[in-house]
Design a protein around this ligand. Structure first.
Ligand SMILES: C[S@@+](CC[C@H](N)C(=O)[O-])C[C@H]1O[C@@H](n2cnc3c(N)ncnc32)[C@H](O)[C@@H]1O
Length: 201
């Protein structure tokens, strides 16, 4: 994946993006243990499917690379009258925020989409305050499984699919320096996992 293929995929998907039933979003928001006044950064917020899950007494900043996805999110914000949400067109790999700007940051179904997930994690750590919490919700491939054979076969189509199907957890944890993160399987199948870690600076 590169930024150009992300943009062309999600410009196309924005019109009918319906990946709305995944229980991981609600689980992630519950695990964020949000308190009044918390500042939350949601990376790759897409069409804003998570927005109804957040309490109204926190400040949410959502960013996305794809203008067409953000337009859908802005319509949701307007429709729901959410005055605690700000949306920005921005690249997760190079965030335009000061260090330590947020109490929590989260990326839902973005790690296997963004071209450089390690740069995304580095930026999330930078803009999240010390001892704040960082969350990654994503699918991860199982080594030596039937599904990983299919994912491997689909991997060359990643730019068309809009995500990298073959995405191993241990490789991601090693490259991003996230070993020791809490790893929560999302039921019913545990195909998606929620990674949580405290931001030690
Ligand atoms: C699979 S969608 C997930 C959207 C949303 N998080 C959700 O739960 O429905 C992936 C999103 O990540 C965005 N994205 C990919 N790479 C990005 C980057 N480098 N910076 C910001 N957003 C990015 C895409 O534009 C797309 O909206």
């Amino acid at each position: 994946m590169d930024n150009t293929s992300v943009l062309s995929s999600y410009k196309f998907f924005a019109r009918f993006y319906v990946f709305g039933l995944n229980p991981g979003r609600a689980e992630a928001v519950r695990r964020m243990e949000l308190k009044s006044g918390h500042r939350v950064l949601e990376i790759g917020i897409g069409t804003g499917l998570s927005l109804p899950l957040y309490p109204s007494n926190i400040d949410i900043t959502g960013i996305d690379l794809t203008a067409e996805m953000l337009e859908q999110a802005q319509q949701r914000v307007d429709h729901m009258g959410l005055d605690n949400v700000q949306l920005h067109l921005m690249d997760a790999q190079k965030l335009d925020f000061q260090d330590n700007s947020f109490d929590r940051s989260i990326a839902m179904f973005v790690a296997s989409v963004t071209p450089d997930p390690v740069a995304m994690i580095r930026e999330m750590k930078r803009v999240t305050r010390p001892n704040g919490s960082i969350f990654i919700l994503n699918h991860f491939s199982q080594k030596r499984s039937v599904s990983s054979v299919i994912e491997g076969a689909l991997s060359p189509l990643a730019p068309l699919l809009g995500f990298e199907p073959l995405f191993y957890l241990d490789e991601f944890l090693n490259k991003a320096g996230l070993n020791g993160s809490k790893d929560i399987p999302i039921q019913p199948f545990g195909y998606w996992r929620l990674l949580c870690f405290k931001n030690k600076k």
